[in-house]
Design a protein around this ligand. Structure first.
Ligand code: NDP
Length: 242
């Protein structure tokens, strides 16, 4: 796959969980490729640090969108949409990356509150954000929505509980949206599965593994850029492994 220096020029892209891990790498990678980025997260100082890293490289100044996906209500989502339309009049890319691990325990012992919180952050909030931003995405010539899945979003495995169920849901949501837009060639919906990557979530899931054997998020960015770029405009309803 050949990506040009300015592959994402003139694109406005919102990234959730842009302050850390894969989302942070994606925000930097998209900015490096010429995009205007909107950094969504709940940790203002970490978001500002990503903002500083982007501006220090003299790339297009990003916008910060402070939002806790666990607590946000309808007004918060609407405000993002309105700010975005006022500033840019459209959205070209949406990377739904933020999520939480929940518990790693058998269903018989799974904490009910953790279940509800995990499904909310990992699935319901992604539905709400996507639904709210669809009218902005329709204004783009070629919009790309990327959901983040996982190996346990395709095959259920013991002790992955709500996280796994939420990722199955994400695969379904992406396929449904893709199917509902099959007569519209200016928008597409896909899932990406990063595979095992060295981040704080991976550390929490596998505290005893040798993390030096894992890829770091920067090593998988080509797929993230390609799926956001016009080069993948015929790809929709797919689940892509990095
Ligand atoms: P991290 O834990 O490093 O990053 C998760 C991001 O989501 C953080 O920025 C985090 O913010 C944000 N987030 C979590 N909860 C909320 C919330 N309530 N509101 C706003 N933001 C929130 O994980 P990864 O980078 O590893 O994960 C990125 C994606 O990749 C996830 O969807 C994950 O499921 C998926 N994935 C990762 C794999 C891996 O091996 N790393 C494997 C398969 C899938 P904060 O820093 O404030 O917590």
């Amino acid at each position: 796959m050949r990506l040009s220096e300015q592959e994402l020029k003139n694109k406005t892209i919102l990234i959730t969980g842009a302050n850390d891990g894969i989302g942070k790498s994606a925000a930097l990678a998209y900015a490096e490729k010429g995009a205007k980025t909107i950094l969504l997260g709940r940790n203002i100082s970490a978001l500002e640090s990503v903002y500083d890293q982007i501006t220090a490289k003299k790339l297009i100044e990003p916008m910060i969108s402070l939002m806790d996906l666990e607590k946000a209500d309808g007004k918060d989502y609407q405000m993002i949409y309105e700010n975005l339309m006022k500033e840019f009049g459209r959205l070209d890319g949406l990377l739904l990356n933020a999520s939480i691990l929940g518990d790693r325990s058998p269903i018989t012992h799974y904490d009910s509150e953790t279940w509800v919180r995990t499904i909310h952050v990992n699935l319901t909030a992604q539905f709400l954000l996507t639904k709210t931003l669809l009218p902005a995405l329709y204004q783009s010539d070629n919009a790309s929505v990327i959901f983040t899945s996982s190996g346990v979003g395709k095959v259920g495995k013991a002790f992955w509980g709500a996280y796994s169920v939420s990722k199955f849901g994400i695969e379904g949501l992406s396929q449904i949206l893709s199917s509902e837009h099959d007569d519209q060639d200016n928008i597409r919906f896909n899932c990406i599965n990063p595979g095992p990557i060295r981040t704080k979530m991976r550390k929490k899931a596998y505290p005893y593994e040798d993390e030096t054997l894992l890829k770091n998020p920067n090593e998988i960015m080509d797929k993230y850029i390609w799926l956001m770029s016009d080069k993948s405009k015929d790809i929709t309803g797919q689940s892509i492994d990095c």
